[in-house]
Design a protein around this ligand. Structure first.
Ligand code: EPU
Length: 417
């Protein structure tokens, strides 16, 4: 298993560019199953999770090719309706094939996703949405079995904002007969990208960017080609890296508006930000000010940046409180940061972070994707050497993060065991 060896106490400076957004590309890939013919997604990075999704689509009968940032998916026929355990257990986002299979094939058999390192993650809202559209759902031998000869448009009222359930509901409803309304839909930018792609494919979805979506069902969809949006979480990770530095760092290829909640917190921490259409420069503060964070659905502060921001707070001049309302147990990395001599105490589900003068390198272990990114940031600024094991987590969602950060002055070596 690969690990990172990081020489700490590095000062980053320069310009770094953001890749395409994993969490927009995953549903886009699943959406391509809806149209017979070849769809093309551009600005696609080289990530393990995308390879897992490609593997799943091939298993279902699609032809998937990846060439210099371009992913082509040809789904002339679907030859299997099953998302097997081996693939779903690797990646929960495999649940995204539920809606498209049900809509196009009238049946889906999808392994029930288990728990994961960021806490319990139920799929009840996905299932309720399919049921609202007329599917019969049963859970058999660890599999979700969904059947519907023809989906029928309906009102779907989500009691909780869910990115995944909103997207699955959209992908099912586009081929349903009649009108579907999704109430309390998630409005993360990744949902918008899915809507844009589906509409390019001939769907009729209105309400983009709002919590109320209306879908007029159509008979069939056609293939489409589309550029994928830059990854706001990767951009945010690099902005925090800049805030931890003493020199300006510029993050390029970012969408204005996608990260306002983070930018507000960075300013509160004392950073000066120079915001342009294509990039942001972070001028780090002399002293980092403590800032409290509460994660919320978009446009609130993203849970996927919670761990990285906590690293910034470990070096703040005072105490801050970090709470995650989306995944309340997403704090497994805290014990690892404390090994680096951070001072974080969990008080129920709230992290109480007392800033220290410096972190100190140590051996640590990554528990999930964003936790790995947080440990990398901590390792770059810690005194001495930090070794991070289990970095396969980071390769799921960041395309060669060590190469990008090394270009800014970090010293991260990948060691393949
Ligand atoms: N929830 C339910 N029932 C459901 C679905 C969700 O109770 O059926 C709850 C979840 O437990 C959570 C909340 O609703 O408390 C929101 O979860 P959501 O469904 O929005 O999350 P997701 O779609 O499973 C996506 C991202 C996550 C990101 C969350 C929140 C993908 C592939 N994953 O997950 O990304 O944290 O939205 O923004 O898009 C990551 O990239 O590291 C990652 C974990």
């Amino acid at each position: 298993m690969d690990r990172f060896i990081i020489e700490g106490n590095r000062d980053l400076a320069g310009t770094i560019s953001v890749s395409g957004a994993k969490n927009a590309i995953l549903p886009a890939m699943a959406a391509c199953l809806l149209a017979p013919g070849k769809s093309v997604l551009r600005n696609v990075p080289n990530l393990i999770d995308l390879k897992t999704m490609a593997h799943l689509l091939r298993f279902l009968g699609a032809h998937v090719d990846f060439n210099s940032g371009e992913l082509s998916i040809a789904a002339a026929t679907i030859t299997s309706n099953e998302a097997p355990y081996e693939l779903v257990s690797k990646m929960r986002a495999s649940i995204y094939v539920l809606g498209p299979l049900l809509a196009r094939q009238g049946e889906a058999l999808v392994s029930f996703p288990g728990g994961c390192a960021i806490g319990t993650r139920p799929v009840d809202l996905h299932l309720k949405a399919m049921e609202a559209l007329g599917a019969r759902i049963s859970v058999e031998h660890g599999y979700i079995h969904a059947i519907a000869e023809k989906l029928i448009g309906a009102d779907i009222h989500f009691e909780k904002s869910s990115v995944g359930a909103t997207i699955n509901a959209l992908m099912a409803a586009v081929l349903a007969s009649g009108t579907t309304r999704i109430i309390n839909a998630a409005r993360e930018p990744e949902v918008d990208t899915t809507i844009e792609l589906l509409n390019k494919m001939g769907a009729r979805i209105s309400g983009l960017g709002t919590t109320s979506l209306t879908i007029e069902g159509v008979e069939k969809l056609v293939p489409a080609a589309m550029d994928m949006i830059p990854d706001r979480i990767e951009a945010g990770t690099f902005l925090v890296a800049g805030a931890l530095s003493t020199q300006p760092v510029t993050v390029e290829n970012y969408v204005p508006g996608h990260l306002d909640s983070l930018l507000e917190k960075l300013r509160a921490a004392g950073c000066e930000l120079d915001i342009r259409d294509t990039g942001i420069t972070v001028n780090p503060p002399q002293k980092i000010k403590p800032v409290d964070v509460l994660t919320l659905p978009y446009p609130g502060f993203p849970t996927d940046l919670q761990a990285q921001f906590t690293v910034l707070m470990t070096l703040a001049d005072g105490v801050s409180f970090i709470e995650d309302t989306i995944f309340p147990d997403r704090f497994m990395y805290v014990a690892e940061l404390n090994r680096l001599q951070a001072d974080i105490r969990m008080e129920r589900n709230v992290a109480r972070v007392r800033g220290v003068a410096s972190l100190s390198g140590a051996e640590v272990m990554a528990s999930d994707l964003r936790a790995s990114a947080a440990l990398v940031l901590a390792g770059i600024v810690a005194q001495g050497q930090t070794t991070i094991s289990r970095i396969y987590h980071i390769d799921r969602g960041y395309d060669h993060i060590e190469e990008k950060l090394n270009r800014l002055g970090a010293r991260i070596k990948r060691e393949t065991a």
